[in-house]
Ligand binder design. Structure first.
Ligand code: KMT
Ligand code: NI
Length: 172
């Protein structure tokens, strides 16, 4: 895992967009982001058990697996949104980028590689993209039913209860 400020320059979303400025681990933790590197799936199982994540699935995001809907999917994952639950992702193979909004609403790019596990809090605005290798195999963990309905930013998304709770927590 490496976190850095997104450069905001034009170019394909899958390029690194690396400003060269790293983001401090303490800052990430203020945003409510947790990240670990777990070479063994036993460690993933332990986290799942502690947090009550009973269910999981696996997704492979690649042109080989998705065929002609791949490019469309990649664009969809990149729409800025929030969820009303934590988003937990474990990278089984390949890699990818999660962008999350910092306190001043600028993008922090989080590069995830194989064996990285990241937990994003409910209510944080974020987006995902594969990198230039176009290959992400990830485990998605969830409690009961998947509550992945993305709430896209805009309209009254800032008024969402989970969003407001998140802001309170972030500023505390
Ligand atoms: C998301 O919420 O955008 C995703 O779950 C992306 C696929 S998992 C790496
Ligand atoms: Ni999401």
């Amino acid at each position: 895992m490496r976190a850095y400020w997104f450069d905001n320059l034009p170019g394909d979303q899958r390029e690194p967009h690396d400003s060269g400025r790293d983001v401090d681990p303490a800052y990430l933790s203020k945003l409510g982001i947790l990240a670990f590197n777990y070479p063994s799936v036993d460690d993933v199982n332990a986290v799942a058990q502690q947090r009550g994540y009973k269910n999981r699935d696996e997704i492979t995001i690649s042109p080989e697996k998705m065929g002609n809907i791949y490019e469309e999917k990649v664009k969809t994952f990149f729409h800025e949104h929030l969820h009303e639950d934590e988003e937990i992702r474990y990278i089984i193979d390949g890699g990818g980028y999660f962008d999350v909004r910092g306190k001043d609403d600028d993008w922090v790019r989080i590069k995830l590689d194989k064996n990285d596990l990241m937990i994003m809090p409910a209510g944080i605005y974020h987006r995902f993209t594969t990198d230039e290798k176009n290959y992400t195999k990830a485990m998605r963990l969830f409690k009961d039913e998947p509550k992945w309905t993305p709430i896209n930013r805009g309209g009254d998304s800032d008024e969402n209860t989970y969003r407001k709770e998140y802001i309170k927590l972030r500023e505390s």
